[in-house]
Every structure is written in C-alpha cells, then in structure tokens.
Design a protein around this ligand. Structure first.
Ligand SMILES: O=C(O)C(=O)[C@@H](O)CO
Ligand SMILES: [Mg+2]
Length: 253
C-alpha cells in the first residue's frame, strides 16, 4: 500500500515545507494538505522537488472561520466568494502540481443550497479540466461538522450524477463514512468508480489507524483487492508528536 501524509493534521506544528520534509523522512509516498495559502506556492513546490513527494490535493478556503464558516460552495448569496475560492485553489494547485481540489460545501441545507452547490461544482470542474485536475466533494460526519451540507455518500453520488462532469469525484474518508453510515468495505466496492481519493483515521477518536472500531488491516486489504493503486490519505490527529504516532505505517506496508 502507498500512503499520503495529510499535513493539515500530521506535523501541523511545522511550516508546510518542513512538514513535507518530515513526511518524506518518515517514508510517506505522497502528501496532501488542507489550506496552504499562507505559504508562497514556490516554497511548497521547492520542498516537493527536494523530497520528490507529490502533493495530491488541497481544499478551498473555509471562508470566515471566526464566524464559524466551513466552506462556501453551497451557500446561497455567496457565489462570487465561492468561485473566487475555487479559482484560487485551482491556481495554487496548478503551481504546486496538485491534481485534486476539495471544494468545501459549508453549512447549509435545502434545495436552494443544492442548486448553488451544483452550479459552483460545474464551474469548478470546467475550470479544473483544462489543467487535468479533478474536483472532490467530501461528506463530513454530523458530530464534527453539525449542519454541514454534505453528509452521506448517497448525497454525494446524487450530486456527482447530476453534475455530469467526469472530473467530479468523491473523497471517501473512511472516518466520516464509518461515523455516518458504516459498512465501509461494501461502500468502497460499490462507489469505487466515483472515488477520487481515500482518507482514513481511527473511529471514533480520529487517531492513528491502529485502534478503534475499524480494522484498517482488513479495510486496506480490501482496498488493495479492488485494484486501488493511489496513496491513501492519513488524515488523523496525533495525540503527541507525529513521529511517535507512526508505528502503523511500517505494519501496513
Ligand atoms: O475533515 C476532513 O475530513 C477533511 O478532509 C478536510 O479536508 C475538510 O475539513
Ligand atoms: Mg477527510
């Protein structure tokens, strides 16, 4: 198996270029991030070139975080901000060679939010396609993100089908899907053609994948059996220094 270090959580105490170096030193095959925008893209690119690691993806900005925003793309009335955040993420991703942009929906509900989200996703897919990039949407669980617009894989499937864009894909985060729906391995199998990236963390505490209610030894074996070759995103919150949390990495290789 190949693994990608999610630098939104792993080595999050270090500047992003140093976190990239730490991931390479620890033996990861790739990295991914949340919101890299405060760091000039050239510095991130230099660290990627130095280590040889690819950056798989990044997120659109959340908006006004202090006011509690968690994405803009499903918010009626915020279309201009949402599209600016999408264009920003695509441009930054292009500069660092990241092929996937996770477009964050935000806190919203109802048919108007769905129509706005779909229109913004169509814009994102059209803007990303010429650069060979994909757009990801990710259902988040109701405990960590109550009120988030996108919460289930069924809802994501409906949006992907309605958008009709081949570069719109599902971010299947095993942590969120287990909390909302369970039945991880059947869902991975059924949704495989729609999946653009897979992430994981222990459930329910979002720690390293070596404890909790999900056996990742089994889940990873199933993913491998499905022919999935891309690195799996380690998006968990270490309880201490990240380097002390990595026992699982050698054991799952
Ligand atoms: O929370 C997650 O899970 C993510 O993947 C983030 O990128 C979105 O908050
Ligand atoms: Mg995730």
């Amino acid at each position: 198996m190949k693994f990608s270090a999610n630098l939104g959580f792993l080595w999050a105490d270090r500047p992003l270029p140093d976190a990239i170096r730490a991931a390479a030193k620890a033996g990861f095959d790739a990295v991914e991030c949340h919101w890299p925008y405060a760091v000039p893209a050239a510095e991130v690119k230099a660290a990627l070139n130095e280590t040889g690691l690819p950056m798989l993806g990044l997120n659109t900005v959340r908006g006004d975080v202090e006011a509690g925003e968690n994405g803009l793309a499903a918010l009626p009335g915020r279309e201009a901000d949402a599209r600016a955040s999408i264009d920003e993420a695509i441009a930054y991703g292009r500069d660092i060679g990241a092929g996937k942009v996770h477009v964050m929906a935000g806190f919203a509900e109802g048919p108007e939010a769905e129509a706005v989200f779909l229109a913004n996703l169509r814009h994102a897919c059209a803007a990303a396609a010429p650069h060979g990039m994909s757009i990801l949407i990710e259902p988040l669980n109701r405990y960590d993100a109550p009120g988030y617009f996108l919460t289930t894989t069924d809802q994501a499937r409906g949006l992907i089908e309605a958008a009709g864009a081949p570069n719109l894909k599902l971010m299947f985060d095993c942590y969120h899907v287990q909390l909302m729906e369970g039945d991880l391995t059947h869902r991975l199998q059924a949704l495989l053609p729609l999946i653009g990236h897979i992430q994981f963390a222990s459930v329910p505490d979002r720690g390293a994948p070596d404890h909790g209610e999900v056996s990742f030894a089994h889940v990873f074996e199933v993913i491998e059996g499905l022919g999935w070759m891309a690195p799996l995103g380690a998006e968990y919150k270490p309880t201490g220094p990240t380097d002390d949390s990595l026992g699982w990495l050698a054991s799952f290789r």
